[in-house]
Design a protein around this ligand. Structure first.
Ligand code: FES
Length: 138
């Protein structure tokens, strides 16, 4: 006698677990807003620079290929070769200077009340359209 066997394997009873390809790319990423500012070089030339909002001002200047801002320590707050001047009305709205930053700027012959280390300034929307001036080299 032939054994009656229904084809009830697990595969036949289980609905497909495969999903159709998602129409949305799996490579979604968060794009930081861009901030554009002006940079006055030591020769008096004004350059427009754009940078992602999560960069420092120094990083945006360096990424734009401006090599007169040496930034020798790469933003580790130990060289002061990223010294810039900020606009007077901007100076008051920036994050306060740390003691380390102030100590480094004290070593410059060109420190003013508008001096900052550009590696310590985060690009934010508040800096959009503002102007930074590279300080003279010590
Ligand atoms: S890059 Fe060295 S202190 Fe800013």
């Amino acid at each position: 006698m032939a054994e009656s066997r229904s084809d009830t394997t697990a595969a036949a009873q289980t609905p497909s677990l495969r999903h159709p390809p998602s129409p949305v790319s799996s490579q979604s990423s968060v794009v930081s807003p861009m901030v554009q500012f002006n940079l006055v070089t030591r020769e008096g030339e004004t350059i427009q620079i754009k940078g992602d909002e999560d960069l420092s001002v120094m990083e945006a200047i360096r990424d734009a290929g401006v090599d007169e801002l040496l930034a020798l320590c790469g933003g580790a707050r130990s060289c002061a070769t990223c010294h810039v001047y900020v606009e007077p009305d901007v100076a008051a709205s920036l994050a306060p200077m740390t003691e380390d930053e102030s100590d480094l700027l004290d070593a410059s012959d060109y420190r003013t009340e508008f001096s900052r280390l550009s590696c310590q300034l985060k690009l934010t929307g508040a800096l959009d359209g503002r102007t930074f001036t590279i300080a003279p080299e010590d």
